[in-house]
Design a protein. Structure first.
Length: 244
């Protein structure tokens, strides 16, 4: 998939080259810190000049990615700093999202917002705050500057994500699980038993506990998720909601 990675990398960098003011205003207004937006290479998807090498991508997004032209482009970066996928989001008032991931994402950790500066904070012994979506990274505005904020994409902590945290998080650091304040977010943080099957679904806190990572479940008020709280009242609302 080297050829597809090279193609995807070119398109991601092209999308981030010249961000329109209205798109920049939208992204910053949703709470993504500007420094993180720039480092992540968030941008505006454009129709490619060359067809994508991967037939799966072409089927879902068009031969030249034209089905996602004009959408928000949010790259997924590996811990080694390589492009491993992309999330496309509409930003015209319609709620629609698609993503594409290279095969290696089945065995390597994928977090939204895992950039070199964020990785450095982890190496330096900072805590990690785990949230769900890209605009929940707004939490970075109010947590200590030494701490990292990572989005898991969904209300779920995968085994590869857990293994990454176990490997790189300092033994004295804390993993703060701040999933959405709704039923799904709470259940996936704490774990639950399915009523019909009796099957136990392991939650994020249990996964962290198993690999001996200090952890806590973060409860907050004022909105369903950090992004919603930011939109309602900005930084002061987040500070109040998370008691920071």
């Amino acid at each position: 998939m080297t050829e597809m990675r090279d193609w995807l990398t070119r398109e991601v960098l092209k999308a981030a080259e010249d961000i329109p003011e209205d798109l920049e205003g939208y992204v910053l207004g949703r709470g993504l810190p500007e420094s993180l937006m720039l480092e992540m290479k968030v941008g505006l998807t454009r129709r490619s000049e060359t067809p994508a090498p991967d037939p799966v991508f072409r089927e879902r997004n068009g031969n030249y990615g034209q089905h996602r032209a004009g959408w928000l482009s949010i790259p997924f970066w590996s811990p080694k700093g390589r492009i491993v996928g992309i999330e496309y989001r509409r930003w015209d008032g319609e709620k629609e999202m698609r993503d594409y991931r290279l095969p290696e994402t089945h065995w390597i950790p994928v977090f939204i917002g895992l950039t070199p500066s964020v990785l450095q904070k982890i190496w330096d012994g900072g805590d990690v705050w785990l949230v769900e979506g890209v605009f929940d990274l707004t939490l970075a505005h109010v947590v200590p500057e030494t701490d990292a904020v990572l989005a898991c994409s969904t209300a779920r902590l995968t085994r590869s994500q857990t293994d990454f945290l176990a490997r790189f998080l300092s033994s004295s650091a804390m993993a703060h699980v701040a999933f959405d304040e709704d039923e799904t977010g709470r259940k996936m943080a704490l774990g639950y038993t399915e009523e019909k099957t009796g099957k136990r679904v392991v939650g994020a806190l249990e996964r962290l506990e198993r690999v001996q990572i200090n952890n806590r479940h973060v409860r907050y008020r004022g909105g369903k998720d950090p992004g919603e709280i930011w939109e309602a009242g900005g930084k002061p609302a987040l500070i109040k909601a998370f008691n920071l």
